[in-house]
Design a protein around this ligand. Structure first.
Ligand code: NAD
Ligand code: LMR
Length: 333
């Protein structure tokens, strides 16, 4: 029996993500929470012939506590999305408080749940959740994940476009490390499962890296004020949640990049820190999953000089973003 919960379930990501989780046979209970519309979304999804029993909750009558009770996996896409001209950091003012309050609910009603944070800016909202959990003495770094899967999905798609074969995209694996915004998104194209054409020029390589780093902007611009990526994010979120669900069921050897606390695996973290040449509290790298969450933080391994330069550019920004999240909770006292 596995209960999955979506917080922010009536939104642009929340609805299709809830649909994909309802379609996942590993989910037996699906709890939906939002400040609006969840009874309708739940009623709609409940007619789909899959095992999950669906329930929708709103804030009145302890809705957050009720939806979280018994939760094994909690996915958080609650919060405002970007409009053209905004950075993800511009969302911090509103989303930090939303994520803090939801994390407080999880700390009290579902402290053992695996928590998957989608709300932006991920580089800061994940530290916020960690700090809230620490305050409640329930922080288990192995169970907290920032969802960076969309960067991985984009990397696979864009590489398949360069290889002129979209059919390949589902098999292409490109590790994307660092964080989830602009220069903190570092694709390790030299480790792509499918080699890039040797004819790819430096300018073409730079364009590809830039497209992966700023893929979110492409969607924000095209949506022209109506928000950011929702459908591709729901797909990516369901991919990552699906891996978590399989790991929970006991499947071994599942690896996925995710933005995690380096306390989740101190041995792995020591190797990674040496590679980075800098101590960071959170970093996205391919992690191995198990029944207890993070089993292993994998090192970067062999990377090129160009990738080393990208990592160097990512770290100061990442450190700043992490600090912003930590200070938000510390300042609240
Ligand atoms: P949206 O506005 O369509 O949906 C957000 C939902 O959150 C709304 O239904 C809203 O009612 C709900 N909400 C607001 N406050 C809440 C609260 N206190 N409790 C519960 N629900 C609450 O936005 P969206 O397009 O679904 O994006 C959601 C977030 O995901 C944004 O912050 C966006 O930047 C982020 N995002 C992250 C990634 C990623 O790769 N990690 C990708 C895309 C979007
Ligand atoms: C994305 O990468 O698409 C999301 O983080 C949303 C955004 O603001 O770009």
């Amino acid at each position: 029996m596995v209960k999955a919960v979506v917080l922010g379930a009536a939104g642009g990501i929340g609805q299709p993500l809830a649909l994909l989780l309802k379609a996942n046979p590993l989910v037996t209970e699906l709890g939906l929470y939002d400040i609006v519309n969840t009874p309708g979304v739940a009623a709609d999804l409940s007619h789909i012939a899959t095992p999950a029993k669906v329930e929708g909750y709103l804030p009145p009558d302890d809705g957050l506590k009720k939806v979280l009770t018994g939760a094994d996996v909690v996915v958080i896409p609650a919060g405002v999305p970007r409009k053209p001209g905004m950075t993800r950091d511009d969302l911090f003012k509103i989303n930090a408080g939303i994520v803090r309050d939801l994390a407080t609910g999880i700390a009290t009603a579902a402290p053992k749940a695996f928590v998957l944070v989608i709300s932006n800016p991920v580089n800061s909202t994940v530290p916020i959740v960690a700090e809230v959990f620490k305050k409640h003495n329930v922080f288990d770094p192995k169970r907290l994940f920032g969802v960076t899967t969309l960067d991985v999905v984009r990397a696979s798609t864009f590489v398949s476009e360069i290889l002129n074969d979209l059919g390949l995209s589902k098999d292409i694996v490109v590790p994307v490390v660092g964080g989830h915004s602009g220069v903190t998104i570092v694709p390790l194209l030299s480790q792509s499962s499918h080699t890039l054409p040797s004819s790819l020029s430096t300018a073409q390589y730079d364009t590809l890296v830039n497209r992966i780093q700023f893929g979110g902007d492409e969607v924000v611009k095209a949506k022209d004020g109506a928000g950011s990526a929702t459908l591709s994010m729901a797909y990516a979120g369901a991919e990552f949640a699906g891996k978590i669900l399989r790991a929970l069921k006991g499947e071994k050897g599942i690896i996925a990049p995710s933005y995690v606390s380096l306390l989740a695996d101190t041995e792995g973290a020591a190797v990674l820190t040496k590679e980075l040449g800098e101590t960071v509290q959170f970093f996205s790298t391919p992690i191995e999953l198990g029944t207890e969450g993070v089993v292993k933080i994998n090192p970067l391994g062999k990377i090129t000089e160009a990738e080393q330069t990208l990592i160097k550019a990512a770290i100061p920004e990442l450190l700043k973003n992490i600090q912003t999240g930590v200070e938000f909770i510390a300042g609240a006292k």
